[in-house]
Design a protein around this ligand. Structure first.
Ligand code: FES
Length: 166
């Protein structure tokens, strides 16, 4: 049967009663009406559904909403009033980081989480695998953004936008 779940979504508290099979994606879109988060593959392969869960990026299609009980969710709807999110959105506009726009909200949430990890220096896992200290390289950006697909192929604009903000 349904399970009680408390979520903080974009600073608003929600007390919900959910079927345990409901994904966080369906909860956001269908229960809370937050349709900025997109459903691409619904199987964890495309990144269109990326949101922040307690500050970490997750594929919301693979995340059962009941597992998010008591956690903070941030979606694209909050990014205009999020310091880093607003900068990333402006950079996307300046650099043409999209064509159809379907992947964009997931891209932006993923970028915000990635850049947040870099604020206090490189995460050690990144330093080991990639270029080492110094500014984010394009290769690093592409590696760290590999989970967010863009079928229009707007990758050059996306990488340029990330470089601007980084
Ligand atoms: Fe979640 Fe594609 S819709 S990864």
């Amino acid at each position: 049967g349904p399970i009680p779940v408390h979520l903080d979504v974009n600073g608003q508290a929600h007390d919900l009663s959910l079927d345990p099979r409901t994904s966080l994606l369906d909860c956001l879109r269908e229960r809370l009406g937050l349709t900025g988060t997109k459903k691409g593959c619904d199987q964890g392969a495309c990144g269109a559904c990326t949101v922040l869960l307690d500050g970490e990026r997750v594929n919301s299609c693979l995340t059962p909403a009941v597992q998010c009980d008591g956690m903070e969710v941030v979606t694209i709807e909050a990014m205009a009033s999020h310091e880093l999110g607003a900068r990333v959105q402006n950079a996307f506009l300046a650099r043409d980081g999209f064509q159809c726009g379907y992947c964009t909200s997931g891209q932006i949430c993923s970028i915000v989480a990635m850049l947040d990890e870099y604020r206090d220096g490189r995460p050690s896992a990144v330093t080991q695998d990639l270029a080492g200290p110094g500014p984010l390289t394009d290769a690093e950006i592409r590696e760290r953004m590999a989970g967010n697909l863009c079928r229009c192929g707007a990758y050059n604009g996306i990488v340029a936008a990330i470089r601007d903000v980084a």
